[in-house]
Write a new protein. Structure first.
Length: 186
């Protein structure tokens, strides 16, 4: 009986040590916005990100270590079903390990609304429309296009389009890793 009890005690302690070792190996990949965690990833979670070669990768996290992550990569493909409709098929691409400094962006969540005012489309469209209408009116009235009274109007259309382009650049459709968004392993 003592032998059985001591064997059980040894197996119990070995199990506890393995559990402790397993806890030490668990890490979190954190996406932060100005130091505040907005998303955390752990082993088994799906992840979608932009890699350093500007390619968007999708997969499930296989492991997370001190400065690197490995994912089981997959891709979704549109396929034609036997009924003539389109469906999604998963293509497994294998394991891929990388360092966290090779992450350059994360997508925004589904349902994230990006209006025409916040992405610059309103100003870009208005600027091009105003510029085009001014050119068409000048040519149809046979007025000189670069007349002194028309130059500020042309410049206004170009300025509106430039403002829209700057707004679009400052508010991308993804979260770029850099000054505002950071990635950290905990």
């Amino acid at each position: 009986m003592k032998i059985l009890l001591s064997l059980w005690l040894v197996l119990f302690l070995i199990g506890k040590l393995e559990a402790q070792a397993d806890i030490k190996e668990r890490h979190l990949l954190l996406l932060k916005d100005k130091g505040v965690v907005i998303h955390s990833y752990t082993v088994g979670d799906p992840i979608n990100f932009e890699f350093s070669n500007k390619q968007w990768l999708t997969g499930y996290i296989d492991w997370i270590k001190n400065d690197s992550v490995q994912i089981n990569q997959y891709a979704l493909q549109s396929t034609l079903t036997m009924f003539g409709t389109y469906g999604q098929d998963t293509l497994k691409l294998g394991k891929f390990a990388f360092q966290i400094n090779e992450l350059i962006g994360f997508p925004k969540e589904k349902g994230y609304y990006n209006s025409v005012f916040t992405n610059g489309a309103f100003l870009k469209t208005g600027g091009i429309g105003y510029l085009g209408l001014n050119i068409i009116n000048s040519l149809s009235n046979k007025d000189p296009l670069l007349a002194n009274d028309n130059l500020p109007k042309l410049f206004g259309g170009i300025l509106a389009w430039t403002g829209g382009a700057l707004i679009h650049k400052s508010n991308p459709n993804y979260r770029p890793i850099g000054k505002r968004f950071t990635v950290e392993i905990l």
